[in-house]
Ligand binder design. Sequence first.
Ligand SMILES: [Ca+2]
Length: 295
Amino acid sequence: MRKGIVVVAAAGNDGAVGTGFGTVTSPGNSPDAVTVGAMDDRNTVPLADDVLAGYSSKGPSLIDFVVKPDLVAPGTWIVSARAVSSWLDTQHHELTLQIGDYKNDPAHATQDGAYYSLSGTSMAAPMVAGAAALMIQKDPTLNPATIKARLMKSAVKDTRLVFETGAGTLDAYAAVNATGYAQNAKSPLAMAAGDGFVYIQDTAILWGSTWTQGAIWGGGKGSAAGVSLTPVPQSITYGSGAIWGGTGGAKSTLDNPAVAGSGAIWGGGRSSLDSTSGTVTDDGAIWGGDPDNRK
Ligand SMILES: [Ca+2]
């Protein structure tokens, strides 16, 4: 990413493990990567009937509590090129399409075709990578942070938890036509605070003023799970307002026991981020010990 390459990563397929929260796998846990979860589009074009794929890994990342995935894209029963005699083709040959499935060719209808049907976040991630390629084709000067920020801002908003669908469902056309620039688009951090709520960092502070939380996440994030957005209390912003935003900026994103009360995610206690001061980009406690990761 520091070399100017857009890195799109699959979130992982562990969404059905336990509560599913805290299951995003490497490299999808990288704050810089564009991490993609999977939706089941129910084989219809309208998004209204789409559901989160049960296998799609959910955030936040373990240990460092990065909010993931960044967005979602269709990943269930995606038809793509078949690798003849590959492990999958051999072990799960039933997923190979027959010629008659996609071509009017009665003489060969029951023969193995050139395509294969598969589900997984590995199928969703290329949807986003393709959209990124189109964005770069239109404007080769765009940096990875701008690509990521535009993909997220232009995504179709939903009301699921931020750790399930991120900024929403990929809208390739809207992404190609999106505007705005960012020099940094690290995914924000989540914090389980002493009040039982989980707060996330304000993207307008992290990425720049045009990338407000409302623009990135939408106004109804979490409402499908009964979550209402509330201002971050002064006790949390005190001393680290540069990270968590003012009382009118950042919002609590969820009050879901599966997340807020999960010892598997938060290590049995609360995250220690509320004692963090200074700017996010300089803070090794948050972004890890490798200084190169903090640029
Ligand atoms: Ca659909």
